[in-house]
Design a protein around this ligand. Structure first.
Ligand code: TYC
Length: 102
């Protein structure tokens, strides 16, 4: 019998494949009431953008109706959407934030 103790055995079984997790886009949606500065703050706080990038994304939402602010696995996307909505609510702003499968 062959001694395989020092060999690397690579499985080709389908069940052993490491799958890439499905990714979700997070979008901010425009409205007529949320202040621009507040949206910029949201993008800095929850999406780690700098002032310039956050301003660009906010203006894209403002002019086009929506823009992607990040792409994440489902758990992280879900948590971020909830945090953004809660932060907006607690500041009495109607800002909407949604996720959709990439
Ligand atoms: N349209 C808002 C205004 O004029 C600004 C705004 C931008 C609101 C992006 C929401 O996701 C948004 N104050």
């Amino acid at each position: 019998m062959t001694d395989r103790s020092l060999e690397t055995v690579i499985s080709t079984r389908e069940e052993d494949e490491i799958k890439v997790p499905p990714m979700y886009k997070i979008l901010l949606l425009n409205d007529d009431f949320t202040p621009m500065d507040f949206v910029v703050e949201v993008l800095r706080l929850f999406f780690s953008m700098d002032q310039e990038q956050a301003t660009q994304v906010m203006l894209k939402v403002h002019t086009e109706g929506a823009a992607v602010c990040g792409i994440y696995p489902s758990d992280i996307a879900n948590t971020k959407v909830n945090l953004v909505i809660e932060f907006a609510r607690s500041n009495q702003h109607p800002l909407r934030c949604v996720m959709e499968e990439n």
